[in-house]
Design a protein around this ligand. Sequence first.
Ligand SMILES: Nc1ncnc2c1ncn2[C@@H]1O[C@H](COP(=O)(O)OP(=O)(O)OP(=O)(O)O)[C@@H](O)[C@H]1O
Ligand SMILES: [Mg+2]
Length: 385
Amino acid sequence: MNIKLTLLASTPQGLVELSRQLPVSEESVAVSSVIGGVRELSGEIERSRPDLVVADMPKLDESDLRRIEGSLAASPATSMIILSPDRTPEYQLEAMRAGVREVVPTPLANGELKVAFGRQLGRLQALRGGARQGRVLAFVPAKGGSGSTFISTNLAYALAARGRRVALIDLNLHFGDAALFLTETRPAQTIADVAREASRLDGPFLEASMLAAAPNLWVLAAPDSPEAAIDVRPEAVERIVSLARSRFDFVVLDMGRILDASTVRALDQAEAIYITLQLTLPFLHDAKRLMGMLASLGYARDKLHLIVNRWEKGTEISSDDVREALGLAVDLEVPNSFRAVAHSINHGIPILKSAARDPVARTLLDMAERLAPSQVERKRSWFGR
Ligand SMILES: Nc1ncnc2c1ncn2[C@@H]1O[C@H](COP(=O)(O)OP(=O)(O)OP(=O)(O)O)[C@@H](O)[C@H]1O
Ligand SMILES: [Mg+2]
């Protein structure tokens, strides 16, 4: 994608400062720089009709805003971000009325400009329809030991084996262990390292920080110590997931049991939330509580899916009982297969590789096939429709 970006500041230093804040190394962005104020900016917008403008300017008065409004009206495809020392809602509103998309308060803090910039770039990409918009699937255990990590990691592997580019992000920030399920190689970087570098976080940097666990499969590992989770700020999680979406076909999230301000930013981007449980009362109980919590966080019910793990025939509680108790049908039953699963986990070898004929491997492959049909199947179902 070719983006025309214009940067404006009133001094050369201001301009240097501004470009330092922005990840303009990103794919094919052509930058032009302008030193000046509203007059220079208006001229530049009308002359070169940039896609995106980032302008660091003092507080604008009424006539400045009208001038900008006129220029933006003459170049309707231009999105504009202004940096401003005035952080009042009234000023924000005034600026928005003039057609400015975002007002970022100065002095800059917390990578706010970066987030706004990423958002506008994403918008432009979406408008042009050229961007990859990976599908985000989140896996949340109803309670500890339900098998959520085993299922999410192995599903990610199965999707990758079907030729899709897959990112697995370990959001169990305190005790994440997802990488261990897929490979014996230790990750050199974790999500905490990536989050700490918020100011240079872009697609290539994210990918370089991930562990290549198998062909087509990249893992962003959890921090190696629970304390490091503090460094993983909500804004960083939001940006990591949205960057991953722009570079992968599937983004699989292994969520911990504890949902907090950071992990919720990832869940917000999920098209489906898979709740893993087993067929005993404590799991049922906690699944109900989790569903209540997800509902109060505002997630639509049709986003939620139930996976019964370690399923066996003839248990006291059945999948039908689950449906009755939770008011939601079970989407998938993953059979119980202690030996094969334990072997896969102990050796860090995905079960599709270590025991391809095991019913657990087949079930997960089926799920991957439904999520990522092969080209021929896709055509057929299209004709079918
Ligand atoms: N289908 C299965 N059949 C038999 N055993 C299984 C199956 N799935 C998972 N297990 C066992 O359950 C254990 C817990 O799995 P896992 O670590 O994936 O759970 P989790 O929900 O991610 O737990 P945590 O809350 O600790 O993150 C595994 O060590 C494995 O031995
Ligand atoms: Mg887990």
